[in-house]
Design a protein around this ligand. Structure first.
Ligand code: SF4
Length: 348
């Protein structure tokens, strides 16, 4: 894996982003922001899954008016997503948000941009420039690639902020297309020192969306880029946070909760491993220890194949072998597979 790009560190409501800090998992609330109670409830659920930064859409003054209540009700930093209207940005800052997602070039009056930037600077509130391939300015010429347009758009916004002596900046350059996303991030990483927020936009439903996001975000992380990530899914945002951690865990960049190793099942299996692994996965959701747990379909190959697991079960006919680091420690009845595994995990 390539060494991590050392970006400029910024502080978003107490969470350090960039500068070699652990990669942050974030998500976006999917409630109506105007409904502060529902939004707080959803964010609290996300906090329990490990969400570390949360963004909410602020489409109008009613939504902006809910921000102070939302901020009071949650424990993680709050980022307001604003488009076009500088008054909404000022209202969000007054409400105490910890970050803005705002593209300054999209606000026509640059005097108004300056007012917002001054207010953000006074409060030390960072601004994320978020460029999406789907909403780019028209190309300068027919030969300009989408990547070039994304990078140019981001640089344009960066220059506006820098021109106002503001450098608490984070950048994202998201596209649905993985090649486009990777190339855009590669270029902007060379051109600016700022931390990068990674994501594949509109990635889709969890099945395919997680794969697309894992390929795109995973490739960038492997290349050493990325300071925060969001997996954008057409699903409850808890799925985004869980998927974000799984990506980071796959690359040993973060640890959170158990990792489940399960064999694919073949003709040697004497029990339905798909069902058993699903039950174990469900039970493991309550475990926060960063341990590796294995569910294997046969006693012949199971323990040896999963010897890196702290604890596991290798199933035989009606019975299973409980093992720790590849060594057998007990033989258990099929009905006790999940409870025995969980007992052993609790002892670790
Ligand atoms: Fe087949 Fe056993 Fe390997 Fe599972 S652990 S895939 S049952 S050989």
């Amino acid at each position: 894996m390539t060494g991590r790009r050392l970006s400029k560190a910024i502080n978003i409501g107490g969470v350090v982003v960039g500068g070699g800090a652990p990669i942050v998992v974030q998500s976006m609330a999917k409630t109506n922001t105007r409904d502060a109670q529902a939004t707080v409830r959803q964010i609290k659920e996300l906090e329990e899954c490990g969400c570390e930064l949360i963004r909410v859409a602020v489409p109008d003054t009613e939504a902006a008016a809910a921000l102070a209540t939302i901020k009071k009700g949650i424990s993680i930093p709050l980022i307001a997503d604003i488009h076009f209207d500088h008054n909404l940005a000022l209202a969000a800052l007054s409400a105490g948000v910890d970050g803005l997602r705002l593209n300054p070039g999209n606000i026509a009056d640059q005097d108004k941009v300056a007012i917002v930037v001054r207010a953000a600077k006074e409060r030390e509130v960072p601004i994320r420039i978020g460029v999406n391939a789907g909403s780019l300015p028209p190309p300068i010429d027919a030969g300009q690639s989408v990547v070039q347009r994304m990078v140019d758009a981001a640089l344009g916004h960066v220059r506006i902020l820098e021109g106002l002596d503001f450098n608490l900046i984070k950048i994202s350059l998201k596209a649905f297309d993985v090649h486009t996303t990777i190339e855009a991030y590669r270029q902007i990483a060379e051109l600016t020192p700022y931390p990068l927020h990674l994501g594949i936009t509109e990635a889709g439903l969890p099945g395919t969306g997680v794969i697309r996001s894992a390929v795109g975000i995973g490739a960038l992380l492997y290349l050493g880029m990325g300071d925060t990530i969001r997996v954008s899914l057409t699903a409850h945002p808890k799925e985004e946070v869980i998927a974000g951690y799984e990506i980071l865990k796959s690359l040993d960049l973060r640890q959170r909760g158990p990792v489940l190793v399960s064999c694919p099942q073949c003709g040697r299996a004497e029990v339905n491993i798909m069902t058993l692994a699903g039950e174990v996965e469900q039970a493991l959701r309550k475990v926060s220890k960063p341990i590796r747990v294995a569910v294997m379909g046969c006693v012949v190959n199971g323990p040896g194949e999963a010897k890196d697991a702290e604890v596991g079960i290798a199933c035989g006919k009606n019975k299973g072998v409980l093992f720790r680091r590849g060594q057998q420690i007990a033989v258990i009845e099929q009905k006790d597979f999940v409870p025995a595994l969980m007992d052993e995990i609790a002892k670790l």
